[in-house]
Structures are given as structure tokens and as C-alpha cells.
Design a protein around this ligand. Structure first.
Ligand code: SF4
Length: 697
């Protein structure tokens, strides 16, 4: 027994699923991860202490799956993918990208970074795009989740990020307004904090078209019409201001542009809000009074606010509401966009994997900023703005993007209007996919590069509260799979480029370069993270302890004041019609994660929810003659899927819900191509559909 015990190792790490950022130890033996257990010292797990959700507890199992990619694959002359050596695969990639660049210029190439990968890997991916390929086209899947949040919060408050802490602020608020977030299923440990505080007396108000689980704990749940959120939020602001319930001192001292806001919200009378958003005047009044009466309010939201053709406007309205009630820059309050992927804040934003921003959200339009990057890299990054994820697909179809490098993303399931995405993937001349499984996207690839997952790599993730935390390597990647950063470095050194040669000896050295060029990470080093635990940015130098909550003294503008940016309401792009009379919305279930690439490999999670379904309100079901459990066909103007019907009263009459995690019954066969003009985020949350019984066709 002694001998066996010695072989078991414990590695402290950060969860690879959601952005709550739970810490735990992975238990491994040889090349296999055996389990996840709490850290020895709860101080090493500042968000979750000893607890995790079901994904943290069992989700590591996918790492042991037989279906992992263990060797590079290249497409042979017969059109099939076949196994290849790294030497052959890397040469194919280098030649593929170089020949497109020679023929059509660097902007015929595009890269997608990954919110699942570490900060260091994402930093290298954008440096590879800008400095090695010389393309301006770098984006990532955060385009599809919180790009509208980032755009709105940057304009109003200065940083495109959550302003507060999970435990000390969200866990201690006097009241919550939660909207467009299925918190219990999408951010389980965070939801537990909220529910615990509500049990202790905090007030919770939930606005949502779907009566999500967290609403069961609310003092007030208000069902809203999908797609009309600006109306009820502006209505709350109007009521609060008209009744002098706003924080006049805060507005006077710390903000600008209040008069414009007051004017803008004037038409949003309770009657108008009811007409647009389906919210009764007494519900609006009650919610406004709750929000205004509380000493500290946390405004929490997720994709239900952001994934709309006016997603940026929705978040602007929420930021205006938080400002008008003085709920920023103090403990227990703040704006809390609940971020999705484990590292979407860092890898999807802070690291500059964005077509319009460099690492640290620095502006490529500023020649002084470009000088700094040129000094650090030996090559000047492009100054112009590149293409967003949806634009890359449009331009691929138009023949203007010919080569694409996708790291740890699965656009063949996550893009809206999949028929369009599939055509675009087919139209590409050269596609490279780097992932841990042969994903739906890898099926289109010319070269597939096998990568490591979170339990097999070192580096850092930044959670939803801006906390940078270390990731620990418990086992080696299987077979010939490699850590993503080593693959990118190997490619950089094979492709002819103007900048310096790449010779990082590990992620810690990459972090040193990040802190040099991104001032918000200026004081972050792996040594400090190991000695002191996670650090919340901005953390400007080695003596800076980091910033637990933002805006205590000033907002991130030169005059230190926040800006009210009045929000416009608008119609969703795809309204129900006579032919497609129902409104479909999409979302998550507790047991799965995004396109399910990882969680669909875990038996224990599939046992709970193993297939896609459509959730239908009992009245709608009765009208359509659908029985619970019956298989039905859901159709939109874009496509159709066949799934099981689940009858329940979470959605309202006329609204149906389909989860996003499954390839069979892929909801994005049905979603459309409307995007928010500011952020480019697709409108996943409102699609017109109809449901037919299978026998009725
Ligand atoms: Fe992982 Fe999120 Fe679950 Fe925590 S709440 S264990 S970070 S999936």
C-alpha cells in the first residue's frame, strides 16, 4: 500500500471549465488523473474554499478519454486525414500559411485564439498573428459571448470587465438585480454564494424571459419579452430619477452626461415598458424601489443580455442604472458580467486576442503604443483593425480570407447559422485546427495539431473577477500531444518573419513579456502568484497588491469620471412571423459546457443530460398537441433539428428554449446572422421558429 501511495501526486490548479476560477488539487498517478480534491489551505482557493461544482469534480475525466488526439493529422491526397509526424505537420502549416501570404497578402490569413487556453498561450497566439504572419485578423470566441459587455463598459466606466469580487462583494451585497443569467447552472459556485447571502437576508430581483432556477430564490421574478431589455432598464432608471430615488451626490461628483440620460429615458413610462417588454407597471415600480432602497446592489448578467443585435445597448443601460444608483466603487456593489470560459477574461480579452486591441487593451491606432510593441518584438504590429469571428466567415465565403488557424475553438458548432459557417469552412483554402479532440471543426481541417488540456499545462488563467491564478501540470499530454504554447513557438520559428526569433523557455518567461507590454499586468509574475496566490488586475508593479474592486477613487478616464451613455431600444433582428410564430432562446445546462467538446466525453455528465431537447411551455405544448418526451422537429428559416420535447413552465407561452451543447440537435442550425453593430456579437437569444410533431409532416 505504501508503494501505491507514493505514486499518487497532488497538483494545485485552477478549474478549466468556467470563469468562476475555483482552485483545487488534481490527484494523478502516472499519466492518469484520478480525481479532484480541495486544496490543503483554503487561502489557496480564494473563490471556492473547499467546494466545486459537478464539472470541477468530475469534468477532468475527459483528459483520460481514448478519443483524445495523440498525433498530428494531415489531409492526404485521397482527401482523408492521416497520422503524421510533427515535422511533417509543422512544415505543412508553415508552407500553407506562407504561400497564401505570398499570393494574397497577410490579411488573407486569420487566427482564432482560445478562452480555454492560458494567458501565455493566447498572448503568443496574437503575437504570432501580428508579428509572424503579419495579419491584423486575430479574434476569439469572446466575440460570441461578452464582446458587447466589453464595448459598453469601456465606454461608460473605462474597463471592459467585472468591477467587483466574487466573495467579498457579490457574496456580501445587500441586493441583486440578475438578468439574462442562468447563474445556478452556468456559474454554480458563484450562484451558491448569492443564494447563501439571500438566505441571510439579501434581496434578489430577477428579470428574465425564462424562469431560471435562481429566480426560485428571488423576492421578485419578472418575466420579460425576449429582445426588449433596454425598455425595462430605461424604465427603471426613469422611475428612479423621476421619484428622486437616485444617488444625486454620486451622479454630481463622479459622472458626466446625466442630463442626456434623463432626456433619453423620458419616453419609457411604465405603460410604454409594458407595451414593449411585457413588464407590468406594478412590477417595474416594485423592482425600481428595491434597487433604489438597497445600500449596495450587484448587477449580474450573462448571455441573456449580451447575445442580441443590440447587446451593447443592453449593457449600456445596465451600466447607466448602476451609476445612477451610485453602485460602483464601493464594497458589496458593482457591475458583474459573469464571464463564461475559464480564461475568457484573460485569454479572450486582456491578452489582446482582439482585432481592435493589443494586450492590456492598448490601442493599435496610437503610434507610441506601436513603438513600444516594436521595441519588445522587433516587428511592428499592424495598426488597422482586423476582422471579427463572424466577419472572418463572411470574408472566407467571399474568397478574401483563405487561411485560418483555430486554436481550441469549435466554430463548426458555435457559430450562428451553421449552414453558413460550414460553407465558409469549406471555402477556406487552408485550415489548421489545434485541439484536444477531433472536433466538428477539425473535420474540415487540412492539418490537425494535438494539444494539451488544462491538467497537462502550466501558465495562468484570469477569472471573471480579474484574478490571475496559476495553472498546474498534473500529467503529461497523451501520446505526441503538446502544450499549445510550444506548438505556436515551433511554428513561429519555422515561418519567415521580420521580428525576433522565439526562445521562451516556459510560460513564466512569456508572462514577463506580458507584464512589460500590458501595464494592467505590470506587477504579475509567476513567482508572485506562487508566493502570494492570485492577483487581481490592474496590478501595475511588483509592489502593487492588485485591485480587488475597481473605481474606488476614479473611473478609468483621464478626468476620472464615468460617462452616462444613454441606450437605445430596438427590435430583435428575427421577429416571430405567421410562418415561424415561436421565439426560440438558447442557453446552458449544469452538466455541460459550451459546444460539449469536453463534457460530452464524460459519462457521469452524460448520464444526467445526454442529448439536446426543446423546452416548451405547457400552454404552447397544448396548442401544438405535443406530449412531454415526444420527439419533434424544430424549424427556423435557416434549418431544422429533431429533438425531444420537454414540457415545463420555465419559458413563457410562445417562447421555447434549446441548449447549446450538442452536435446532434445543434441549436445553431436554427439561429440567424443578425449581429450587434458595435461589438459584432450574434443574436443567439432571439430566433423565430416553429415546432412540428414528427408524425405531422
Ligand atoms: Fe469549475 Fe466553474 Fe464549477 Fe468552479 S463553478 S468548479 S470554476 S465549472
Amino acid at each position: 500500500a505504501d508503494h501505491r501511495l507514493k505514486e499518487v501526486e497532488f497538483t494545485e490548479t485552477t478549474c478549466g471549465f468556467c470563469a468562476v476560477g475555483c482552485r483545487f488539487q488534481l490527484v494523478s498517478k502516472g499519466d492518469e488523473v484520478l480525481g479532484a480534491v480541495p486544496t490543503d489551505d483554503p487561502d489557496d482557493a480564494p473563490v471556492n474554499d473547499f467546494s466545486t461544482c459537478v464539472k470541477g469534480k468530475f469534468g477532468y475525466e475527459f483528459a483520460n478519454s481514448d478519443e483524445r488526439l495523440t498525433t498530428p493529422l494531415v489531409r492526404g491526397e485521397d482527401g482523408e486525414l492521416r497520422e503524421a509526424s510533427w515535422e511533417e505537420a509543422l512544415s505543412r502549416v508553415a508552407e500553407g500559411f506562407e504561400s497564401i501570404r505570398e499570393r494574397s497578402g497577410p490579411d488573407a490569413l486569420a487566427t482564432f485564439a482560445s478562452s480555454k487556453c492560458t494567458n501565455e498561450e493566447n498572448f503568443l497566439m496574437q503575437k504570432f498573428a501580428r508579428g509572424v504572419l503579419g495579419t491584423k485578423n486575430i479574434d476569439n470566441c469572446a466575440r460570441l459571448c461578452h464582446s458587447s459587455t466589453v464595448a459598453a463598459l469601456k465606454q461608460t466606466l473605462g474597463y471592459g470587465a467585472m468591477s467587483n469580487r466574487i466573495n467579498e462583494d457579490i457574496g456580501e451585497a445587500d441586493a441583486y438585480l440578475i438578468t439574462g443569467s442562468n447563474t445556478t447552472e452556468s456559474h454554480p459556485v458563484l450562484a451558491t454564494r448569492i443564494k447563501r447571502n439571500v438566505d441571510a437576508g439579501a434581496d434578489l430581483v430577477v428579470f428574465d424571459p425564462r424562469r431560471v432556477e435562481i429566480a426560485e430564490h428571488a423576492s421578485q421574478y419578472v418575466r420579460t419579452e425576449p429582445g426588449y431589455d433596454v425598455a425595462w432598464i430605461n424604465g427603471l432608471i426613469r422611475y428612479i430619477v423621476a421619484n428622486d430615488l437616485h444617488d444625486a451626490e454620486f451622479v454630481e461628483d463622479r459622472t458626466r452626461n446625466f442630463e442626456a440620460l434623463r432626456e433619453k429615458v423620458e419616453p419609457f413610462t411604465p405603460e410604454e415598458v409594458e407595451r414593449l417588454a411585457g413588464v407590468a407597471p406594478e412590477d417595474l415600480k416594485r423592482a425600481a424601489e428595491s434597487v433604489a432602497a438597497a445600500d449596495s446592489v450587484v448587477f449580474g448578467w450573462a448571455m441573456g443580455m449580451t447575445q442580441h443585435s443590440h447587446g451593447t445597448q443592453n449593457v449600456l443601460a445596465l451600466a447607466d442604472l448602476a451609476l445612477v444608483t451610485g453602485n460602483l466603487g464601493k464594497p458589496g456593489a458593482g457591475v458583474s458580467p459573469f464571464r463564461g470560459h475559464n480564461n475568457v477574461q484573460g485569454g479572450g480579452g486582456d491578452m489582446g486576442t482582439l482585432p481592435n486591441l493589443l494586450p492590456g487593451y492598448r490601442d493599435p491606432g496610437d503610434p507610441d503604443v506601436l513603438d513600444e510593441f516594436e521595441d519588445a518584438w522587433g516587428v511592428r504590429p499592424p495598426a488597422e483593425e482586423g476582422l471579427t469571428v463572424p466577419e472572418v466567415f463572411d470574408e472566407a465565403l467571399a474568397g478574401n480570407v483563405e487561411g485560418l488557424y483555430v486554436m481550441g475553438e469549435n466554430p463548426a458548432l458555435s457559430e450562428p447559422d451553421l449552414a453558413h459557417a460550414e460553407e465558409a469552412l469549406q471555402a477556406l483554402d487552408f485550415l489548421v485546427v489545434q485541439d484536444v479532440f477531433p472536433t466538428e471543426t477539425a473535420a474540415y481541417a487540412d492539418v490537425v495539431l494535438p494539444a494539451a488540456t488544462f491538467s497537462e499545462k502550466e501558465g495562468t488563467f484570469t477569472n471573471t473577477e480579474r484574478r490571475v491564478q496559476l495553472v498546474g501540470k498534473a500529467t503529461k499530454p497523451p501520446g505526441d500531444a503538446r502544450q499549445d504554447w510550444t506548438i505556436i513557438q515551433a511554428l513561429a520559428n519555422r515561418i519567415d518573419h521580420a521580428g525576433d526569433a522565439w526562445a521562451y523557455d516556459g510560460p513564466a518567461e512569456v508572462m514577463d513579456e506580458i507584464s512589460e507590454v500590458a501595464p494592467i499586468y505590470g506587477g504579475v509574475t509567476h513567482d508572485r502568484l506562487s508566493d502570494e496566490g492570485g492577483l487581481q488586475w490592474p496590478c501595475e508593479d511588483e509592489s502593487d497588491p492588485g485591485t480587488p474592486y475597481l473605481y474606488e477613487e476614479e473611473f478609468n478616464f483621464s478626468d476620472g469620471k464615468a460617462r452616462f451613455v444613454p441606450a437605445d431600444t430596438g427590435e430583435p433582428g428575427d421577429l416571430p412571423s405567421e410562418e415561424f410564430p415561436l421565439t426560440m432562446t438558447t442557453g446552458r445546462v449544469l452538466y455541460h459546457w459550451h459546444t460539449g467538446t469536453l463534457t460530452r466525453k464524460v459519462e457521469g455528465l452524460l448520464d444526467h443530460v445526454g442529448e439536446a431537447f426543446v423546452e416548451v411551455n405547457p400552454q404552447t405544448a397544448e396548442r401544438l398537441g405535443i406530449a412531454d418526451g415526444e420527439r419533434v422537429r424544430v424549424e427556423s428559416p435557416r434549418g431544422a433539428i429533431e429533438v425531444r420535447a420537454e414540457i415545463g413552465d420555465r419559458p413563457g407561452d410562445g417562447v421555447v428554449f434549446v441548449p447549446m451543447h450538442f452536435a446532434d440537435g445543434a441549436v445553431n442550425r436554427l439561429t440567424g446572422d443578425h449581429v450587434d453593430p458595435t461589438s459584432g456579437i450574434p443574436e443567439y437569444k432571439v430566433s423565430s421558429v416553429r415546432i412540428r410533431r414528427l408524425g405531422d409532416e
